[in-house]
Design a protein around this ligand. Structure first.
Ligand code: NAD
Ligand code: DAU
Length: 362
């Protein structure tokens, strides 16, 4: 098993990246190394997501660097300054609707940003004569959306041909190809994972689950795209990141691992489930909330169904999900109910000032 020492995490202030870092520093994880979090803090980045880690480990084992992954100088500097042996690349523009409205930043961050990091990793790897020669150096976080849209049967395997259909998934597919190209061309030790829809605490309320929870609590309409019968395969963010940690420790360079929840729900079914939980916990009237469901114009090019076959990671790396959906959703609703200050900061935009107010200058 590969030991993790100096990990460069990109996009660590986002939803999945911050969960990854918090879990790594959790008492039982056994991790004794350092994390360098490279994040630009776009609208989706929230340094407050890492307040507990910053308080305990800031400046000793946790280092936050606010910069763009497209910035070559910063990337080269971080590899040499921190002796990076592992990269976990989460940073991306991640929201499909935004990619339809404004695709350009998706090309820049997701493709050019990934390329910039690959170049920096390759340069550092070629110079190094020590630990980073072996095992996984560069782990790329990707999505099931690169495989396209399924009919009623079947699921995406690692060997499924790519057929991205939104600007977001096209940019992620392109970055995946670059990562693989660096393996085949230069021998850079890379691994990739393609995961299905994540849910859990700290998710920015533009995504379906937190958006619906907050709209219910605020008495707003619940916008369902089209007929609402599109299907997504939901996985708890902690289960996703547990899989990522396994890949870092035992994954085989050059390999892709699909990660999924084996938990398919039509959007409209999921919404009804969520209404049940939220109404129960927040004391809202279920019939009144159901009346706020509003079918709106469908997303352009809306993929109908995603489903992941994760047999490979289960068999080869012994990965197992911990969360059943019922518990995971209930915990998620609890989190949003208990973290009003986080929600208020996100809603008001105050979360953007968190760094200035809370970080000591070093
Ligand atoms: P997110 O939008 O919550 O966070 C993205 C983070 O990246 C933010 O902190 C943002 O500030 C940072 N970032 C964006 N552009 C940057 C740039 N140019 N330079 C530096 N930092 C930048 O995203 P997420 O939902 O946490 O997703 C993380 C990764 O996981 C993405 O690569 C996404 O494609 C992938 N993914 C997400 C899901 C999901 O359901 N959310 C599922 C599968 C894969
Ligand atoms: O499948 C993995 C992908 O899951 C990740 O790669 C993306 O980064 C992540 O954003 C997510 O993409 P989706 O488009 O599936 O997630 P989103 O939460 O935006 O939407 C989930 C489903 O709900 C989708 O079918 C669109 C629908 N939807 C979404 C919103 C925000 C609605 O019906 N109404 C809404 O208001």
């Amino acid at each position: 098993m590969r030991s993790l020492q100096n990990i460069l995490v990109t996009g660590g202030a986002g939803f999945i990246g911050s969960d990854f870092i918090r879990a790594l520093f959790a008492e039982c994880s056994g991790f004794t190394g350092r994390v360098i979090n490279l994040d630009k803090l776009t609208y989706a980045g929230n340094a407050e997501n890492l307040s507990t880690v910053e308080k305990k480990f800031g400046g000793t084992r946790y280092f936050f660097v606010q910069a763009d992954i497209c910035d070559k100088k910063t990337a080269d500097f971080l590899f040499s300054e921190y002796d990076i042996d592992t990269v976990v690349h989460f940073a991306a523009e991640s929201h499909v609707d935004r990619s339809i409205l404004g695709p350009e930043v998706f090309l820049r961050t997701n493709i050019l940003g990934t390329f910039t990091l690959l170049q920096a990793a390759k340069n550092a790897w070629q110079k190094a004569d020590g630990s980073i020669k072996d095992g996984v150096l560069f782990h790329h976080i990707s999505t099931d959306e690169v495989y396209g849209s399924l009919g009623t049967e079947g699921s995406f395997k690692e060997t499924t041909a790519y057929e991205p259909r939104s600007p977001y998934s096209a940019s992620k597919a392109s970055s995946d190809h670059f990562v693989k190209a660096y393996f085949y061309t230069y021998g850079l030790p890379v691994t990739l994972s393609n995961c299905s829809n994540n849910y859990g605490p700290f998710q920015f309320p533009e995504k379906l689950i937190p958006l619906m929870i907050l709209n219910m609590l605020e008495g707003k309409k619940l916008p369902v795209y089209g007929d609402g019968k599109q299907i997504r395969d939901w996985i708890h963010v902690s289960d996703h990141n547990a899989a990522v940690r396994l890949i870092l420790q035992s994954g085989k360079p050059g390999e892709t691992y699909n990660i999924g929840g084996e938990n398919e729900w039509e959007n409209i079914e999921l919404l009804h489930k969520l209404i049940e939980i939220v109404c129960d916990k927040a004391g809202l009237n279920r019939d009144t909330v159901i009346q706020t469901i509003t079918h709106v114009t469908d997303r352009l090019g809306h993929d109908r169904r995603y489903a992941i076959d994760c047999t490979k990671i289960k068999k080869e790396l012994n990965w197992k999900r911990q969360f059943d959906f019922e518990t995971g959703l209930a915990n998620t609703v609890d989190w949003y109910l208990k973290n009003k200050a986080w929600i208020d900061n996100v809603r008001s935009g105050e979360y953007r000032n968190w760094i200035e107010k809370n970080y000591t200058k070093r």
